[in-house]
Design a protein around this ligand. Structure first.
Ligand code: UT7
Length: 334
């Protein structure tokens, strides 16, 4: 019997501080009305506190996950952390998380695929389970986007928020869990969405800092066009491959970059609004944390056997879709 990887628990963490649209109106030339109609965002959470990085939020989420799934940190075989805002250039944030939670028997590494990192990491984690090599794999998506957002740039600062989420993957021999995925990338996207300096091509200098080159640079309208086309096309292709009709699908769980992109994907898949997970209004775009934040917020409504489509698009460009059958009743989770 084929071994598949199933998600057996989800957890997430967002920091307390809420940056509302009203607050942003005082910081840059924008309005609540513009932000709401163009993106669907009402507020985002921001991590405050000296010396706190992405791993801080990830550790909080993982602690909750271990408690919910009654898992000991020593039982974890592997930790993969998807992040675009690691605590340090090196070592990997996953290493720091493993140390902080006491996952002494695991190895750990980061995945960098911008906003698509969580699905990339989930697909990688699933392979280690499917081969029979490991039994408990922790997949984390976490970002402190506020550390690379220019709060003087109205085109980007209204979009992003901070947060972390995680899932536990375990083996199953049933027809459930992660069934299939299509993941893609194309480096042509680099020029449209990236951080200009701070990497090995343009190491930090006084000049790069003065020129504000350590922040997110995005050509929003161009990225929007690619996102709508690629995310919707890939989701549709995956549905076709598995002969899935809209009525077969219980939920669409996508990356939360813009409500209009999510709606376009849902429309292409023929899915009504009530089947689409939306959390962008509360958290904004938390990059790698959007998908696990969705799962945490909708967990109570998820039922064993629910067919879920995941979809994502991010810098790189990176994009893809995943088809999974949910393996437990969320309403029974305490
Ligand atoms: O998560 C990874 C991938 N990222 C994405 O998927 C993001 C994709 N892009 C988007 O979501 C959208 O392009 C944005 C939300 C970033 C921007 O929305 P848009 O509808 O594409 O607006 P735009 O960039 O075409 O700008 C339209 C107008 C411009 O003014 P003019 O040139 O028409 O006079 C902007 O200057 O809106 C202006 N504008 C703003 N106005 C008020 C841009 N940002 C703001 C703002 N408040 N915050």
């Amino acid at each position: 019997m084929k071994i598949r990887a199933k998600i057996t628990g989800v957890a997430a963490y967002v920091p307390d501080y809420i940056l509302s649209n009203a607050e942003l109106e005082k910081m840059v030339d924008t309005t609540d009305e513009w932000i709401t109609t163009r993106t669907g965002i009402k507020q985002r959470h921001i991590l405050k506190g000296e010396g706190l990085g992405t791993s801080h939020m990830a550790v909080e989420a993982v602690k909750e996950l271990l408690q919910k799934t009654r898992t000991q940190a020593e039982e974890i075989d592997l930790i993969i952390c998807a992040t675009t805002t690691p605590d340090f250039v090196f070592p990997a944030t996953a290493n720091l998380i493993a140390h902080a939670i006491g996952a002494k028997n695991s190895f750990s590494y980061d995945v960098q695929a911008a906003c698509s990192g969580f699905l990339y990491a989930l697909s990688a984690g699933a392979q280690y389970i499917e081969t029979g090599r490991y039994n408990k794999v922790l997949i984390i998506g976490a970002d402190k986007m506020s550390s690379i957002v220019d709060y003087k740039d109205r085109t980007t600062c209204i979009i992003f928020g901070d947060g972390a989420g995680c899932v536990l993957l375990e083996p199953t021999e049933q027809e459930e869990g992660i069934i299939d995925f299509i993941l893609q990338s194309d480096g042509i996207g680099q020029q449209h969405l990236y951080q200009k300096a701070g990497g090995s091509r343009r190491p930090p200098t006084i000049e790069t800092v003065t020129n504000r080159e350590h922040f997110v640079y995005q050509e929003g309208a161009t990225v929007f066009k690619y996102a709508v086309t690629y995310m919707a096309d890939t989701t549709y292709t995956l549905m076709k491959k598995h002969q899935l009709k809209a009525e077969d699908i219980a939920w669409l769980c996508t990356h939360q970059a813009n409500k209009r992109i999510i709606e376009a994907t849902a429309q292409r898949a023929g899915l009504p609004n009530e089947k689409v997970m939306i959390t962008i209004d509360k958290y904004g775009n938390t990059t790698n944390a959007t998908i696990p934040l969705n799962l945490r917020d909708y967990e109570k409504q998820l039922k064993k056997g629910d067919k879920i489509l995941f979809a994502t698009f991010g810098g790189g460009f990176t994009w893809g879709a995943m088809y999974a059958i949910w393996a437990y009743d969320g309403s029974k989770v305490s």
